[in-house]
Write a protein that binds this ligand. Structure first.
Ligand code: ADP
Ligand code: ZN
Length: 673
């Protein structure tokens, strides 16, 4: 197994604490300030203050100013009443007289400036000079606030451009999130985790009561609440508090809800973020967001970090460098792994993550000390759906005649979110018709609408499909119950699970070696699904593909590797060399193997059909029960077929001990489209 790589973007998180996030922001702010000041200076002081473009200037007394005007040097006189100063622009031909320099050296707009005693006096003096012909121009006045408005209007287009530019950058930075967040281009490295906190604005009031069904998931998650509430109890005994748990299940089954409930029950802050939030078009952003998220979390410990859709970052890293992986995602994942290793088990930060594809996650994420617990959150079965309906019907004014049983029955394959949606939709439909309360018809209409919308996306089944799946699963169950060596059955369900349409759960025998009889019995039970379809629906379906694949592999193994057939006894053609295409047997043997495989499977299929015909009443009863209840347990099967006459070794052990090992599941997967 590959050792965990040193993250490329890694480094001590503490080093990065302030450096990465705040500094660039500050320096950019300074750039703004400097630019603004420069522009302000330029416009405020005006063009006449700058050398080159403007010209020389000189402060003089009022008397000198008067003498200049009397000598006819003035080109233009501008008085500023607010400042009490007057500027006299000098005629070019008199530059030498005033500045002792030519026009070339002094510049075009040279002036002298003086303080005048009063506006009236100045006015009087200038008028007199005009009458005398010493000054031909006008006396104009300039006011300071005028200057300000002028500056503003001059700056306006520029400000507009800066504003628009900042706006665009902000949008880019927050991934279209708008102005709201404290995002911005200089903040891309910050995590955009949503914080739900006690007393905060969006305080979580979700408790376990709000999560209907999901009994086993709730139980596992309850333990995490205990850890958060009372860590000492566990650490005193030397136990280690888990760092993370992975909630695995289809979308809308309440994974987020469960995580929120944990936070609500434990009364700790809750950071919520989606895996895709880490991924941005800028390289290195994901890693720095992870870092930031964990930094924030550590400050708030004890707390919960919830990462939804973790597969967006947690996908297995590419093994093959030649293929060129997604470097950005890999470095984000590496950072996540490092952070999870980085804090001690006692730091009080527990990470919950949700995914519906645990199988594609990087193995390193699932290793002990990270997400070492997997909690399955499945689609609700009939009774659980009833419970979910009860939760979501609470705020709705329903008609008294409404039958929740019927609603649950009408919604096979619906997730909790779908049911919440049905309730809402029904209320909307009722409101549209101006009703006082929501009736059964509204709910049926809502279900229809949602089925129509969902059909392609999720595993919503039609009645007929449900019946076919029930017949199929009942076939497996009937045969395994009635064959001596088949694994003992625990439960059968037709609730879609993962990619499987239905499943039968067995308790595997604890055995070191398997006999040919056991293998054949199991093969027969596996073929029972397809056999039941053929016998009782008259046509076969794609639902058995997974069964057939397993059976074919098993038969091939028995014949080619274990020497279990009559035509090829005691021969093992197991090929250990890495060159798989070199078969250690002849073309003729290959033909024989194929024939034997076909023969063995055909025999078991006939056996399955014969047994099903013999037990057809029982099978039909079981299928009906499945359609009605969706989950059927061993006790129910026992009521139909009677007690199994053979007691397996495992069952003997179980007399004293409840099952500890997880049951195996025979899933029925749909064909790959
Ligand atoms: P996930 O995270 O698994 O995709 P969510 O937790 O976001 O699903 O569920 C979406 C919504 O569906 C919830 O807000 C809730 O209203 C409803 N819901 C899902 N599962 C349940 C449940 N077991 N009990 C009650 N409501 C549920
Ligand atoms: Zn099957």
């Amino acid at each position: 197994m590959a050792e965990q790589k040193k993250p490329r973007t890694g480094g001590n998180p503490n080093n990065q604490k302030n450096g990465n996030n705040k500094k660039p922001r500050m320096s950019f702010m300074w750039v703004y300030v400097v630019i603004a000041m420069a522009l302000g200076y330029l416009f405020f002081v005006g063009d006449d203050a700058l050398p080159g473009s403007a010209g020389a200037s000189k402060n003089v007394t009022y008397t000198v100013f008067k003498s200049y005007v009397e000598n006819g040097y003035a080109n233009k006189i501008v008085a500023n009443k607010d400042e009490g100063t007057v500027k006299m622009y000098v005629k070019p031909e008199h530059y030498r007289d005033v500045f002792k320099q030519g026009v070339k050296d002094a510049g075009k707009q040279s002036f002298v400036q003086a303080e005048f005693p009063s506006a009236d006096k100045l006015d009087e003096f200038v008028t007199a000079q005009q009458e005398l012909g010493n000054f031909k121009g006008e006396l104009s006045y300039k006011r300071s606030d005028n200057t300000f408005m002028q500056v503003f209007w001059n700056l306006f287009p520029l400000l507009l451009i800066i504003f628009v530019w900042m706006f665009i950058m902000r949008r880019m930075g927050s991934g279209g999130g708008g102005f709201g967040g404290m995002g911005g281009i200089f903040n891309v490295g910050r995590s955009r985790a949503q914080l739900v906190e006690k007393g905060g604005e969006n305080e979580s009031k979700v408790t376990f009561k709000d999560v209907a069904g999901q009994a086993s998931a709730k139980q596992e998650v309850q333990e995490i609440v205990e850890f958060l509430k009372n860590p000492k109890k566990f650490t005193d005994l030397g136990g280690k508090i888990p760092k993370g748990a992975l909630l695995v299940g289809p979308p809308g089954t309440g994974k987020t809800l469960l995580a929120k409930a944990v936070a609500g029950e434990a009364g700790v802050p809750f950071f919520s973020m989606s895996g895709s939030d880490f991924v941005e078009m800028f390289v290195g952003v994901g890693a720095s967001r992870v870092r930031d998220l964990f930094r924030q979390a550590k400050e708030k410990a004890p707390c919960i970090i919830f990462i939804d859709e973790i597969d967006a970052v947690g996908r297995a890293r590419a093994n093959n460098a030649m293929m060129g992986g997604n470097d950005e995602r890999e470095s984000t994942l590496n950072q996540l792994l490092t952070e999870m290793d980085g804090f001690g088990t006692n730091s009080g930060v527990i990470i919950l993550a949700a995914t519906n594809r645990a199988d594609i996650l990087d193995k390193a994420l699932l290793r002990a000390g990270r997400f070492d617990r997997q909690i399955h959150v499945d689609l609700p079965d009939l009774n659980e759906r009833k419970a979910v309906f009860k939760v979501h019907l609470k705020p709705i004014k329903v008609d008294k005649s409404l039958d929740i049983d019927l609603l649950a029955r009408q919604t096979p394959g619906f997730s909790g979110a779908d049911i919440a949606n049905v309730c809402n939709e029904a209320a909307l439909i009722a409101a549209r018709h101006g009703k006082q309360s929501v009736t059964k018809e509204d709910f049926i209409a809502a279900v229809d609408r949602i089925v129509g919308g969902l059909e392609k996306k999720t595993k919503v089944m039609t009645e007929e499909e449900k019946r076919t799946i029930a017949l199929h699963e009942a076939g497996h169950a009937t045969i395994s119950w009635n064959l001596q060596y088949a694994n003992p059955l625990i439960k059968v369900t037709i609730v879609p699970r993962g990619r499987a349409l239905g499943a039968a759960w067995y308790l595997p025998e604890e055995r070191q070696i398997t006999t040919k009889e056991q293998m054949l019995d199991e093969m027969c039970a596996t073929l029972g699904g397809r056999a039941a379809e053929e016998l009782f629906t008259g046509h076969i379906s794609s639902g058995a593909m997974n069964d057939l694949e397993r059976v074919t592999k098993q038969a091939y193994g028995m014949i080619a590797y274990m020497g279990m057939s009559d035509a090829l006894p005691n021969l093992c053609y197991y090929n250990q060399s890495e060159y798989q295409w070199q078969r250690p047997y002849s073309e003729a043997t290959a033909q024989k193997i194929d024939d034997e495989v076909k023969k063995m499977i055909a025999e078991q299929y006939e056996r399955a059909k014969a047994l099903l015909l013999e037990k057809r009443e029982g099978h039909a009863a079981l299928a009906d029960l499945l359609v009605e209840r969706e989950v059927v347990y061993a006790e129910d099967v026992e009521k139909i077929f009677g007690k199994r006459p053979w007691v397996s070794r495992t069952e003997e052990l179980l007399e004293t001990d409840p099952p500890q090992t997880p049951p195996v599941e025979g899933g029925d997967e749909p064909p790959v489209e």
